[in-house]
Design a protein around this ligand. Structure first.
Ligand code: HAM
Length: 428
């Protein structure tokens, strides 16, 4: 027999873990609503050019990690699964003329992303991001507002010790001179550069700074720093972002080596880490400003900023920090029956209770009543509704499985009785 498994680098979110993700999504939804973001959903795949242009051709994400969809015919468009949502959201902003709306347009989405990366702990080929984008505001105040929002997400999720690393990576005015300094520096060390990095040097030197190759660590630590090459406008912007963060009480550290792995970034760049785990690939989340991206994807020049927070990594850290999962909610009641054959009555009573808004499981097996009650207890049910002879005159037995008591209740009163018991239990 063939034995099938989830594809390498993907995993099933079984109910216990899915419950953790649900909780994280509820926190994200609550926060974004409070901060004035509206939800958007874009396709899980786009024209590959959206990513090639937006994220940049000479990046790990596009060069090595893009899940390309094999075209069905010669003339078919070339598609790829989204490795991140920003490029697709900006594509939608342009396509739907959102620049005519009041700016900034504040959008949020949460969902799976795909990168053909080498799988390891915390690095998957399908992973989840909570993403926000504010398009149409040049900052710097909104930069701090977004960083504070990201930081608050971790606090509300219960992750301890999250540190914010920030940097400015300049803009088209000051970056060329910096890149020239960087190229000169790496050329001076060409003999120790790994072949892929040597190859990238002339095409996209900035990417060497976020190389995952351990051989680059020392070299990168001593490389020229962008913060020493910022033009006046970028330096003033960065100073103001920091002043706003201080005013909001967000703990942050300036990390001059932080350049992010995607080409669209300008000025503000930031990442979230659990303190002491700043190693490559352990970022809980990251984001930054992308003032050239809207134009790059065919719109009018429009600034933007956003972040993507990795939910898989948040879930991992929560486990590492000793958080128990979300307790499973058992049913309030299980409807059981003395007559193993009478599944119609059990299903009918359960259906009425559900219609009244109650969490109810119907035991639809043909096992004996004792077994049904045993299973109800294991389910964590508070009550068993037992259908027997009394049903003929409209009554059932209501057993409180926790208290070990039992009484006769009219079928018509059942929903009200159970709802009252649930309220009492919740507040009692
Ligand atoms: P990113 O840094 O590429 O940024 O990804 C954001 C977060 O997604 C990472 O910090 C990490 O937590 C998570 N992540 C990335 N790759 C994986 C993976 N293979 N497995 C598990 N988790 C992963 C972006 O994607 C940008 N779109 C963020 C952004 C939004 N910038 C502006 N707006």
């Amino acid at each position: 027999m063939a034995s099938f498994r989830a594809p390498r680098g993907t995993r099933d979110l079984l109910p216990d873990e899915r419950a953790v993700f649900d909780r994280l999504q509820r926190i994200a939804a609550g926060l974004t609503q409070r901060y004035g973001y509206r939800s958007i959903e874009t396709p899980l795949f786009e024209q590959a050019a959206v990513f090639e242009r937006g994220i940049g051709e000479v990046t790990d994400v596009v060069e090595k990690e893009l899940f390309r969809i094999a075209p069905r015919s010669e003339e078919a468009e070339s598609w790829a699964l989204r490795p991140e949502p920003t490029a697709g959201i900006v594509r939608a902003y342009v396509q739907h003329g959102m620049q005519t709306l009041p700016q900034p347009v504040k959008l949020t989405t949460t969902g799976p992303m795909f990168r053909y990366d080498r799988p390891q702990a915390g690095r998957y080929r399908q992973f989840w991001q909570f993403d926000v984008e504010a398009i149409g505001d040049p900052g710097p105040a909104i930069d701090a507002e977004i960083i504070e929002l990201g930081h608050r997400f971790y606090t509300e999720a219960g992750v301890a010790g999250v540190e914010v690393l920030v940097n400015s990576i300049g803009d088209p005015a000051c970056r060329p001179a910096y890149i020239a300094a960087l190229v000169a520096y790496y050329r001076g060390h060409a003999d120790v550069l790994p072949p892929t990095e040597r190859d990238r040097l002339e095409r996209n030197a900035l990417r060497l700074l976020d190389s995952k190759d351990p051989a680059m660590t020392e070299l990168n630590a001593a490389a020229p720093r962008i913060t020493d090459h910022l033009c006046e406008a970028c330096a003033a912007h960065f100073a103001s972002v920091k002043a706003h963060l201080e005013a909001l009480g967000v703990p942050f550290r300036v990390e001059p080596g932080l350049v992010r792995g995607l080409d669209y970034y300008t000025r503000t760049a930031f990442e979230f880490y659990v303190a002491g785990r700043e190693g490559q690939q352990q970022a809980l989340g990251g984001g930054g400003r992308y003032d050239g991206l809207v134009e790059l994807l065919g719109g009018k020049p429009t600034p933007g900023i956003g972040f993507g927070l990795g939910l898989d990594r948040v879930a991992l850290v929560l486990v590492e920090q000793g958080h128990a999962g979300v307790p499973a909610d058992g049913p309030l009641a299980v409807v059981a029956g003395a007559d193993p054959e009478d599944t119609v009555a059990r299903l009918r009573v359960a259906t009425d209770l559900r219609a009244a808004g109650l969490r109810v499981r119907a035991d639809l097996g043909r096992r004996k009543l004792g077994r049904q009650l045993e299973a109800a207890g294991k389910d964590g049910a508070h009550f068993a509704v037992i259908l027997g002879d009394e049903l003929a005159d409209g009554h059932v037995q209501l057993r409180d499985l926790l208290a070990g008591t039992q009484r006769v209740v009219g079928v018509d009163d059942l929903a009200r009785e159970l709802a009252r018991a649930e309220q009492h239990h919740k507040h009692g």
